[in-house]
Design a protein around this ligand. Structure first.
Ligand SMILES: NC(=O)c1ccc[n+]([C@@H]2O[C@H](COP(=O)([O-])OP(=O)(O)OC[C@H]3O[C@@H](n4cnc5c(N)ncnc54)[C@H](OP(=O)(O)O)[C@@H]3O)[C@@H](O)[C@H]2O)c1
Length: 223
């Protein structure tokens, strides 16, 4: 099937930063966007500002995202954007290893699984995983603490899942660049809108577009 005229899209962690910019841009391109956030007040305000639907999703609480997907019947586009960055050593008791894996690996995979029945019905889907060069073996897995490990695992999912996904569903990962957000810090050179460019391109890829790839500035990069 070709792309629906108004694809439905779920963007996680979209109350601010790159996720919010992705939600705004997808809406501007005709998508019916659901902006997900764990903080209800912030998420509702962001959704109202953008004129999109809100869903409360805390990725460390599977019940919250199970409800959000099953009550809607699923989404055409899934943007696994939410992320956390904590630089405590993996060897420290302060490491957030389990939480990082939950938010950036387990929950994205669960969301994909929950969406599969919808994609089987429609034959069209796009999954965009917000990863990072810090999770790339090709760049030395430089991400601090659990962050780089979780992004590397998200990359591995992106590479492995095309063989299991229904026909017509594409999955890709991207590094948005160094973006001025809470994770990127105020000194980063890119705006959230600039960081959103590659994720938006991947979310609306044509049928002959790539799948199972890793991109920055719309160009393939090494794993
Ligand atoms: N900024 C960069 O330079 C850069 C570079 C490479 C990759 N990335 C990736 O880009 C993505 C977006 O990051 P950003 O730069 O826009 O950072 P950000 O402004 O800190 O946004 C992160 C988002 O993730 C949400 N989040 C965290 N834990 C969550 C949970 N348990 N459940 C649901 N949402 C949760 C945050 O919600 P709260 O507001 O409630 O905390 C926030 O909405 C991340 O995956 C990040 O790793 C960013």
């Amino acid at each position: 099937m070709t792309r629906p005229l108004h694809p439905t899209a779920l963007v996680t962690g979209a109350n601010r930063g790159i996720g919010r910019a992705i939600a705004a841009a997808l809406k501007a391109r005709g998508c019916a966007v659901t902006l997900a956030a764990r903080n209800e007040a912030e998420g509702r305000k962001a959704a109202a500002d953008l004129g999109v639907t809100f869903a409360r999703i805390d990725l460390s609480d599977p019940d919250s995202y199970f409800d959000a997907v099953t009550t809607t019947g699923g989404f055409d586009i899934l943007v696994n954007n939410a992320g956390i960055l904590n630089d405590a050593s993996l060897l420290s008791p302060k490491s957030d290893f389990d939480l990082a894996m939950e938010v950036m690996v387990n929950a994205p995979l669960d969301l994909i699984r929950l969406n599969v029945p919808h994609w089987r019905d429609t034959g069209w889907g796009r999954i965009v995983n917000l990863s990072s060069g810090w999770g790339a073996h090709a760049q030395g897995l430089q991400g601090p603490g659990a962050y780089g490990i979780a992004k590397a695992a998200l990359n591995a999912l992106t590479r492995a899942l095309p063989r299991d996904l229904p026909a017509g569903v594409k999955i890709n990962a991207c590094d948005p660049g160094w973006v001025a957000t809470r994770i990127g810090g105020s000194g980063a050179p890119l705006t959230p809108e600039q960081g959103a460019d590659t994720p938006i391109w991947l979310a609306l890829l044509p049928d002959d577009g790539p799948t199972g790839g890793f991109f920055r500035n719309r160009q393939p990069i090494g794993w």
